[in-house]
Design a protein around this ligand. Sequence first.
Ligand code: 5GP
Ligand code: ZN
Length: 113
Amino acid sequence: MDNCIFCKIIAGEIPSTKIYEDDDVLAFLDITQTTKGHTLVVPKKHYHNILAMTPGESAILFSKVPALANKIVQNLNATGMNILQNNEEIAGQSVFHTHIHLIPRYTEDDGFI
Ligand code: 5GP
Ligand code: ZN
């Protein structure tokens, strides 16, 4: 989709630090590293948010999360992880291409995200 920043990242038109990629999804570091390793998982196809996806489409996206979350936690030696997903401005969505936040948590972080 034109003027979608995440579609441009998927197309390689805007640089990103890629963490994982397959036919369905791309995972890359959030430009705002809320904590070290803060990652976004996005479907390669453009959807406005989860509310615009069928159960099957969102199931494919969410099915990628557990393995990726574990890999990030293990590789970064994190203590835990917040997994967040915002839909519409009222809920904090600022980029209107579906994405799931993976935010590693560390014993030394300040408890706020
Ligand atoms: P939302 O607020 O929509 O749930 O999350 C959007 C996220 O996208 C924010 O955490 C923001 O830092 C991230 N973001 C916005 N623009 C870019 C960008 O150009 N590159 C990357 N890697 N992340 C971005
Ligand atoms: Zn898009």
